[in-house]
Structures are given as C-alpha cells and as structure tokens.
Design a protein around this ligand. Structure first.
Ligand SMILES: O=C(O)C1=C[C@@H](OP(=O)(O)O)[C@@H](O)[C@H](O)C1
Ligand SMILES: C=C(OP(=O)(O)O)C(=O)O
Length: 426
C-alpha cells in the first residue's frame, strides 16, 4: 500500500530509471548477437527482468547487478530449446517481440504470463508470423496466451499493419532477419523506432522509406556496449507533478528524447508549460537530453491523430494533469489504450473519478474538465503500473491522504518511484 500526502512543492535534480523499451531490446539483441554485450543504465524493473529470465531459460548466460548487465551472446541460433514454459510476467513487449524471434528458431516453445497478459491480443503478431510460415497456436486460435510456437524456415513478406504498434513492427522485422528474401512493415502512423535504431547499432542494415521499414534475411548481430537513457515515460509522471503543483521545478537528467516518444513534451508545451531541453546529445543512435521543467498554469487542449503513438503510455498521467488545467482536454484516436495492462480508458476514468474529477470515457479516449478540486481517495492500481503511478501523482494535489492499493505493480517499470516522489516533495 502506498500512502500519498498533498505536497507544497516539487524541487530537485533527479534521474529516472532506464528506458524500458530500450532495456528489453538490449537484452534480446545481446542474446542473439555474437560476442559479449554490456548494458549500462538497464531498467531493473519486473518487465525487463522477465526478458532476462526467458533468455536464461534458453541457455544464455546473463549477469545482472542493478542497472548493469552482461549478456554472453551465442549468435542467432545459439539459443537452446527450453525445458519449461517461458514466463513473460506482465510484459507485452517481451511476449510480442519474442514471438518474432521464436518464429525463427528450430525448436518448440510455450510462452505465457500473468492474468493481464492472458487478456491481451496476440493475433496482431501471430497472424503475420503465420503468414511468414511459423507454426503458432494459442487460445482462441492464437488470439490469447499460452502461445505455442514451433519456428523454422520463414519467407519474407511485405506487411501493412492496421495498427501503429512498435511491438507488431518489431516482431515482424526480427522474424524477417532470418527469413528468406526481404521483409517490410508499413504502419499507419510512426510508432517508436527503438528496434530499427538498435539493430543498426548491432550492425544490421535497416532501410526506412516514410512509414515503411525493410530488412533483408540472413543478417548477423554483433555484440557491443549499450548505454540506456532514462525513460521519458517514467519522467512523464514527474513532469506532470511539476505542472500541477505551483512553485515547482525539476531538472531531470539523462532522458531519452527519441522523437517517436516525445509526444508528452509537445503536449506540455502546447498546454503552455515551461519545459527546456538542455545538453542535447546522441548515445547509441538515441537522442538524449536533460529536461528542465518549471510549473506553469496549463490550458486544456485536444490530443489526437499522429501524436497518439508518441505518447500512448503517458495518457493516464496526461489525464491527471488535465484535471488541473484551465478548460477542457479531449483525447481521441486512442483505442489502443483498451488493450494495455488494463483497459486504460476504463481504469483512468474509474480511478480518477474517485478523487472527484470530472472525466468521461469515449469510444477512443476521454474528456477531462479542468480546474477540478480533487479529494484524497482509496485507489486500486488494478495491477497496472501506470495507473498506480498516475493516481499517486493526483494524490499530490488532492485534499487529504490518498492510498494506492496494489502498488507493487509500479515495480514493472519504475522501481524506486515512491522513494523518489518522497525525496522531491517539499
Ligand atoms: O515496443 C515497445 O517497447 C512498446 C510499444 C508500445 O506498445 P504497442 O506496440 O502495443 O503500441 C508501448 O505501449 C509499450 O509500453 C512498449
Ligand atoms: C503497455 C506497456 O507495456 P507492455 O505492452 O510491454 O506490457 C506499458 O509499459 O505501459
């Protein structure tokens, strides 16, 4: 149980844990590469630990101490058939990217995870992988876990994805790396492109043409050193806190600012918030900066279209922030929220309503009235890390105490969240 008290001010210079998307990929690509990969700034959150566990079950030596990891890659076909089911825990990224990798392997695996993973759609990756020749089955014709995969000879394909999903794009591209001929994925809007960037860092040739990404089969990855920047999706909770508590300011150092992830920065600026990028640099093909965030009275806005995939995981905390803006905020085109760890349209609305916020769900988003007076509440994270953290941030401006039940979910992406919040709350 996490107890949150209202705060007078947020102040300090901080770092947030490593980027979750980049940490997963560093372990996966390191395990498939030839030679050693060292990772610094790794996110030791439950999701990324699930990825490590899966590769250890397939015989890969991985040593992890805090945010440092060493992976002894054996080459793409150096994995061994596991003797038990692979447990992906709560992690959609793990199961979907690994489905693409497993589709190329000459053995059988079964993957499953927790109750939340059991409800998340898998046919979006299983469908195209089957078309490439992989034998995959699962509950409801492959829509749900457990997934059973017998990989083998794949044929390259051109895939037009109906959703802007980095997990779908990545699964197909990874399978394409060992398929015959060329594989391309075209998406309706750009989703995060960490896979494309990191494959290049591991020596793979990747071509991009607008919204289409292309790889040729038969490419090898070479082990290397990876530095993971801080996760902008984690920084988002603290940015929102600063924008809600008058007089606050925060310097958040070493945050990844890949343009496919910076929708939160664009939204804060469009709402009238002061957010400066300092010390911009590029580390392992990924742009990084320090963020200087200063309290500003925000104005409600409309958030829709191309920006949605660039801030999809930040919507719960954007909704919280919008309760303190002037006027109304409307979020549209965000149906994907319904298939995350929880249905995040439903859970954001149900939990934020407990504070007395004026928020209504729509088919593809939500409408939030600003200038709301929030009252402390007893909240359930519903097992969803981002819901737990977003509601803790709401608690900072609510009157009286807020209690977050099932707060252990926060460890999925942000170990140390409660302690950090305590440290910067004055
Ligand atoms: O590829 C990734 O690392 C992720 C992609 C996104 O999911 P989708 O691909 O389902 O949009 C995002 O919500 C998730 O937190 C991480
Ligand atoms: C949706 C998320 O992750 P995943 O899909 O990897 O479970 C998230 O971290 O908000």
């Amino acid at each position: 149980m996490l107890r949150v008290q209202p705060t007078n001010q947020i102040k300090g210079t901080i770092r947030v844990p490593g980027d979750k998307s980049i940490s997963h990929r560093a372990v996966m690509f390191g395990a498939l590469a030839k030679g050693t990969t060292t990772i610094e700034g790794f996110l030791p959150g439950a999701d990324c630990l699930s990825t490590i566990g899966c590769f250890q079950q397939m015989g890969i030596q991985i040593e992890q101490k805090g945010d440092r990891v060493t992976v002894q890659g054996q080459g793409w076909f150096g994995l061994q058939e596991p003797t038990a089911r692979l447990d992906v825990g709560n992690s959609g990224t793990t199961i979907r990217l690994m489905a693409g990798i497993m589709a190329t392997q000459p053995f059988h695996v079964v993957m499953e995870g927790d109750e939340s993973i059991a409800k998340r759609p898998m046919r979006r990756v299983i469908g195209p992988l089957r078309q490439m020749g992989a034998k995959i089955d699962g509950r409801k014709d492959g829509e749900y876990t457990p997934l059973s995969i017998r990989g083998g000879q794949l044929q390259g394909m051109s895939y037009e994805s109906p959703v802007a999903s980095a997990q779908v794009k990545s699964a197909i591209l990874l399978a394409g790396l060992q398929a015959e001929g060329e594989t391309s994925v075209t998406e309706p809007h750009l989703s995060r492109d960490h896979t494309e960037r990191m494959l290049q860092a591991f020596g793979v040739h990747v071509e991009r043409d607008g919204l289409t990404v292309r790889v040729k089969g038969g490419q090898e990855l070479q082990g290397r050193a990876i530095h993971v920047p801080g996760d902008i999706s984690s920084a988002a909770f603290l940015i929102a806190a600063v924008m809600m508590v008058p007089g606050s300011s925060l310097l958040i150092e070493n945050v990844g600012i890949n343009p496919s992830r910076t929708g939160i920065i664009d939204v804060v600026k469009a709402m009238g918030g002061s957010l400066e990028l300092l010390n911009e640099r590029v580390v392992n093909e990924e742009p990084v900066a320090d963020l200087l965030v200063t309290y500003s009275r925000l104005q409600g806005i409309e958030i829709a279209g191309d920006i949605i995939p660039r801030l999809i995981d930040e919507i719960p905390v954007i909704a919280v922030m919008a309760t303190q803006a002037n006027g109304q905020t409307v979020i549209r085109d965000a149906q994907e929220l319904k298939v995350k760890e929880t249905d995040r349209i439903a859970t954001v609305v149900s939990q934020l309503s407990k504070f007395g916020a004026n928020i209504v769900p729509t088919d593809d988003g939500m409408i939030i009235e600003g200038s709301a007076k929030l009252n402390g509440a007893v909240i359930d994270s519903m097992g969803d890390h981002r819901i737990g953290m977003a509601m803790a941030i709401a608690g900072l401006v609510a009157e009286g105490e807020t209690v977050i039940e099932n707060d252990e979910a926060i460890n999925v992406s942000f170990p140390g969240f409660a302690e950090l919040l305590q440290r910067i709350s004055q």
